[in-house]
Design a binder for this molecule. Sequence first.
Ligand SMILES: Nc1ncnc2c1ncn2[C@@H]1O[C@H](COP(=O)(O)OP(=O)(O)O)[C@@H](O)[C@H]1O
Ligand SMILES: [Mg+2]
Length: 313
Amino acid sequence: MSADPVLRVSQVVRRFGDLTAVDGVSFSIEPGETFGLLGPNGAGKTTTISMVAGLISPDEGEITVLGRPIGPAAVEVKSHIGLVPQDLAVYPELTGRENLTFFGRLQRLEGKALAGRVDTVLELVGLTDRAKDPTKEYSGGMKRRLNIGIGLLQRPTLLILDEPTVGVDPQSRNSILESVESLSVEGMAVLYTTHYMEEAERLCDRIAIMDSGRIQAEGTRDELIRLTGGLDGVRLTGSGDTAAIAAQLAQLPAVAGAAHAAHEVRLTVRDAPSALAPIVTAATAGMTLTDVEVTRPDLESVFLHLTGKALRD
Ligand SMILES: Nc1ncnc2c1ncn2[C@@H]1O[C@H](COP(=O)(O)OP(=O)(O)O)[C@@H](O)[C@H]1O
Ligand SMILES: [Mg+2]
């Protein structure tokens, strides 16, 4: 047994001409862990995983898989990695099972071992029922799941998924997420990139928030949310002397901050559900309310807090 993590990325830098696409990124992934790289388009996610998968080399830093250095020439180490790129061509005339069998042979699986693995993989990605249909009849989401299946054939120790739900309908998206969730059953380490915070929240044990080539923060969802101070937001909309109301509400013990505009008062509060009643009572003394909205902190607010930008534009 080795104490090495499945993946260790240390101070990795990658430049394209004058652009530093990845700028000193470090993280590691333990067996059985699903690790998320969450960041907007252009953050450097694909460049990072291209280096992890040994497709391109870092300019600086080091990457090891199971303690061994990875790079374009590290053929043996690469056999432990399954990469699911955003678009992997499958053969439209071949069935799902035939595609998996074909890619399995390319990966040097054969005979009963191959047939058995194809069955298992079909089950894992929820395509057993459609295994006999040509993939040209598959929806976009089913093709993506077949892509994931191809990445799973070799029982990788580390599975890398690059934004697997981009461009698929919501229903397919959900079944892709269910497939990824079921992978933890196989005990593999998963590196998942996305710009959807809901996906990172749902799937990932730990999340690195990435922007402009750097990891801005890393931790569990709850650890990241604590970075915002763990405060909820409350927005009161209506008419009245909002400045006076804001000043008055700021005196309540649960209220950490209060701001006002012409027709609204915005509060940051500790534990909004229990604070809401006294806030509304105090507010209605000087304001006619038309709406009260509570916002819990989420990864979107963490991203905003760290970068001053919205996660998706
Ligand atoms: N082969 C390349 N040549 C030049 N610039 C690139 C190349 N690949 C990526 N980039 C640039 O590097 C930055 C990070 O890209 P990428 O890693 O694809 O981000 P993400 O996957 O998070 O959207 C972007 O500004 C992108 O335009
Ligand atoms: Mg990308």
